[in-house]
Design a protein around this ligand. Structure first.
Ligand code: URA
Length: 215
């Protein structure tokens, strides 16, 4: 399947869900480092650049700690369309209630629906290091028992999950092992500032690993 066919497939598999747009992964096919986030938000589905909104600004600063720029890495996520829910907001000028779309966490079914895309990217790029951002990216690859609070900053060498078949919502483990360093999602500091020193320490560890093994 070509990447274009995969996008068509992922969109088709996502039709029944509240998902909008499709943001392609960003980076060179030769990138050694892959970041796996959760799902794009409103900013990203308009400009088609992963992590270009508020969380992206934080991510770029964290990447700087590790001596990395956007050009050095491949950036993708578990789900590539924006998961949304409807909510109401009062218009400041008219006082009228307006129905609008808000970001939300993707569901497991949505993660399965778009799994062929991430599976393909990992297969095509063969990253030497995968950095998962938050629990959604981490659990997509290492299973639902994994937790970012326990695993962040650790160097893991493990098989990862890939979709077992297109007809079944089930993951199976890859035969090959991948090197993974989990960290928190950069947006997590918006609601928990205390995570900041932990995230910075994780990116220092990422920087040391990159310097030693990937430069
Ligand atoms: N969060 C993600 O996981 N990906 C984006 O592109 C933006 C926010």
């Amino acid at each position: 399947m070509t990447p274009a066919e995969l996008v068509v497939l992922a969109k088709k598999r996502s039709e029944s869900f509240r998902l909008e747009g499709f943001v392609p992964g960003q980076g060179k096919k030769t990138a050694k480092i892959m970041f796996v986030g959760e799902a794009p938000g409103e900013t990203e589905i308009h400009n088609l650049i992963p992590f270009s909104g508020r969380a992206g600004d934080e991510l770029m600063q964290f990447m700087e700690i590790a001596g990395l720029t956007r050009e050095d890495v491949y950036i993708t996520s578990a789900v590539r369309s924006r998961p949304y829910r409807y909510g109401e907001k009062k218009d400041r000028k008219t006082g009228e209630m307006i129905k609008r779309r808000y970001n939300r966490t993707p569901t497991q079914k949505e993660i399965y629906a778009q799994a062929p895309v991430l599976d393909f990217e990992i297969q095509a790029i063969q990253p030497k290091l995968i950095i998962t951002l938050g629990n959604i990216g981490l659990r997509r690859l290492l299973g639902k028992e994994a937790g970012v609070s326990d695993l962040h900053g650790q160097l893991l060498v493990k098989p990862i999950q890939k979709l077992a078949s297109l007809d079944e919502n089930r993951f199976e483990w890859t035969e090959t092992c991948y090197t993974i360093i989990p960290t928190f999602h950069p947006a997590s500091i918006f609601y928990n500032r205390k995570l900041l020193p932990q995230i910075k320490a994780d990116f220092e560890a990422i920087g040391s690993y990159v310097k030693e093994y990937l430069r």
